[in-house]
Design a protein around this ligand. Structure first.
Ligand SMILES: Cc1ncc(COP(=O)(O)O)c(C=O)c1O
Length: 397
């Protein structure tokens, strides 16, 4: 078995990296560490790089169709990893990504001005689809057992609030993030079943963004929304190798929609927009990453590395930077940091972190306008980069 070296320090500066190269984020400061957007600083699995290199060496990069086994490969992945049996008709490829798929579904399933529900905080581009499509965002906060949260399990779905809002506002569509970005919960079967019961009772369709489904701690199990009793016909599950194998730049995603009527509308919409051919590298990526066992070995190893990084960061913060409160997430490689013990908020906090600490984190208010005292730290980097970032924070806090 190949042992991947995630300690390899790869300079991503000047590679058009979204995380490292947006100069405006650095406010004129040099040497800022990119710890914000959710991709990893690691090379993708070698079998994928080999397949892409082979295609590049071939040199002709014309219009591309999916391989014969494309859908079976996704079906096998879902069965193997999540014990969810799908048929080829349940799956549709969706270039260029999970969020464009969410936009299309919001557009297909509601009318302009309709209310759409989301728990907050939430991934900004996901809840942003609602207003982008001219619908009305209706929210309820996630519950938290402690303020600040001391463990990931402190975060709960407020199902009473959800049901009340569904009835009062006539909600027919909800957006759901699972595993949850930014708080890191991997919702349990019991929680998802209870959520599903309310959806069924009131006919609420759920768009479930599961892009982080493969990045979970060793003892935690992710369950796709479509597997929840009664939710098969009431949900669209969005997934992608994007986070799993660090291929966000290939822009490739799939929707899983067992409801034939919704799937038909979705396919028709993609056809109308002429989005029916794939990116040559994206197609190869899906096929290789989900079928080559050596890629799954990479995934297991990267998950171990990420868990070790997250444990390290939380221990370090608790011991050396006690003015930040945080906890190890059940899923994702993202730490949700609570800065409420210091007085800086919003733009001031951001300016301090970039200009004094030289660390570029994701602003909490993007996930919820009320989260002015939170930041999100991406730990999918080498241990050396993580250590450096934490030392910089410690020095100034
Ligand atoms: C919850 C969530 N959904 C979707 C995305 C983006 O997915 P895509 O690039 O496939 O649109 C991200 C990226 O960070 C994310 O965290």
């Amino acid at each position: 078995m190949a042992k991947y070296n995630f300690d390899e320090q790869i300079n991503r500066r000047n590679t058009h990296s979204f995380k490292w190269d947006i100069k405006e984020r650095h406010m004129g400061t040099e040497d800022v560490l990119g710890m914000w957007t959710a991709d990893m600083d690691f090379k993708s699995p070698q079998p994928l790089l080999d397949v892409l290199q082979e295609r590049l060496d071939h040199g002709v990069l014309g219009y591309t169709i999916r391989g014969e086994n494309f859908y079976e490969i996704i079906m096998d992945w879902m069965k193997r990893r999540f014990d969810w049996e799908l048929t080829a008709e349940d799956i549709h490829f969706c270039p260029p990504g999970v969020i464009p798929a969410a936009c299309m579904l919001v557009d297909l399933l509601t009318e302009p001005g309709d209310p759409v529900f989301a728990f907050m905080p939430n991934y900004d581009s996901l809840y942003g689809t609602v207003e982008a499509m001219g619908r009305r965002l209706v929210t309820a906060p996630l519950l938290c057992d402690h303020t600040p949260a001391t463990a990931c399990g402190d975060w709960k779905l407020d199902l009473d609030a959800f049901e009340r809002i569904v009835v009062e506002k006539g909600i027919r569509l909800a957006l759901f993030c699972s595993p949850h970005n930014p708080v890191g919960r991997v919702w349990s079967l019991e929680e998802l079943t209870a959520f599903g019961e309310i959806c069924r009772k009131h006919g609420v369709f759920v768009i479930s963004d599961e892009v982080h489904c493969d990045i979970v701690r060793g003892n935690v199990k992710h369950t796709p929304m479509g597997k929840i009793p009664g939710m098969e016909q009431l949900s669209a599950t969005l997934m992608s190798p994007n986070k799993t194998f660090n291929v966000a730049g290939l822009m490739t995603a799939s929707v899983l929609i067992p409801n034939r009527e919704v799937m038909k509308k979705f396919r028709t919409k993609l056809n109308h927009w002429a989005m029916n051919l794939d990116n040559v590298f994206g197609t190869l990526a899906v096929e290789t990453l989900y079928s080559n066992p050596r890629c799954e070995e990479w995934l297991n190893q990267v998950n171990d590395y990420l868990t070790a990084n997250l444990n390290y960061a939380v221990d370090y913060i608790r011991e050396h930077i006690p003015c930040i409160s945080t906890y190890v997430p059940e899923g994702t490689y993202l730490l949700w940091l609570d800065f409420s013990k210091i007085s800086l908020r919003g733009e001031e906090l951001r300016r301090f972190l970039v200009q004094e600490c030289k660390v570029d984190l994701c602003d909490g208010w993007e996930f919820d306008p009320d989260c002015l005292d939170h930041m999100r730290l991406n730990c999918a980097c080498t241990r050396a980069t993580l250590e450096e970032a934490l030392k910089r924070l410690e020095k100034h806090l």
